[in-house]
Design a protein around this ligand. Sequence first.
Ligand code: CA
Length: 229
Amino acid sequence: MVKNLNVLLVEDEKRLASAIKFLFKENKIDCETVFDGKEGYQKALNNEYDVIILDVMLPNLNGLEILSKLRRCGKNTPIIMLTARSTVNDKITGLNLGADDYLPKPFDFDELIARVKALSRRSGFVVMNEISHGDLSLNLSTGELSNKDIKVKLNFKEKEIMKLFFISPDSVITKESLLNKVWGSDSFATDNNVEAYVSFLRKKLKFLKSNLNIKNYQKVGYKLEEEND
Ligand code: CA
C-alpha cells in the first residue's frame, strides 16, 4: 500500500487553508492545517511530515521565524514558503534561512501540488538528519549517538532527551520540562522516570568516551556539559 504524502500547512487565512486542504485531499495528500505560528512551530518540531508549507505573515510567530528555528534545531523537512509580499527581499531571506521553495500569492493550485510532489520526492534522498554538540553527533532518524567511531543506539525517549540537551546546550533543563516534552503533560510519569533515563544516558556517554556528561543541578534539573578533569 502506498502511503499518502503527509503535509503540514501553517496558514492563518482559514478559507485559503481549507481550500488547499480540500484540493490536497482530492490528490491523495494528507494535510494538517494550523492557523497560528507558534502552534505550527510545535507541530513541525514534534512530528514527521513529508513537506511543510509556511505562510510568512502569521500570528504569534511568523513563517520566517518558524523556518529559522526549525533549521537551527536540525529539522530538515522540505519547506515551501507562501507569501503575499512577493518582494525579492523576502525570497532571499527565506532561501537563506533554509527554505527549499518559495511561492508568491496568489498562486496556481496545480503549481503548489507540483512543488509539494517535487520536494517530497527529493526528501527521500535527504537522509542526513544529524545534530552535533561537543564531540557528539545525534542522528535524529536512527537515534544513533556517536563520538567519532564509537556509536550507541538510543531508544525513543533517550533520543528526545538528548535532543533537548543539544538544542539548548547552555541551559539547565528542569525535570518538569523533560517530563512535559518527552513524556507529555498528560502522562503519569514522575521525576523517578526522568532520573532513570538520565542514568541510562550517563552510562551511554561513558561508553562513548565523550567529554560531555549530564550534570545534576540540585533541585533545578540537568545540564549537558564538558567535564574538566
Ligand atoms: Ca497570513
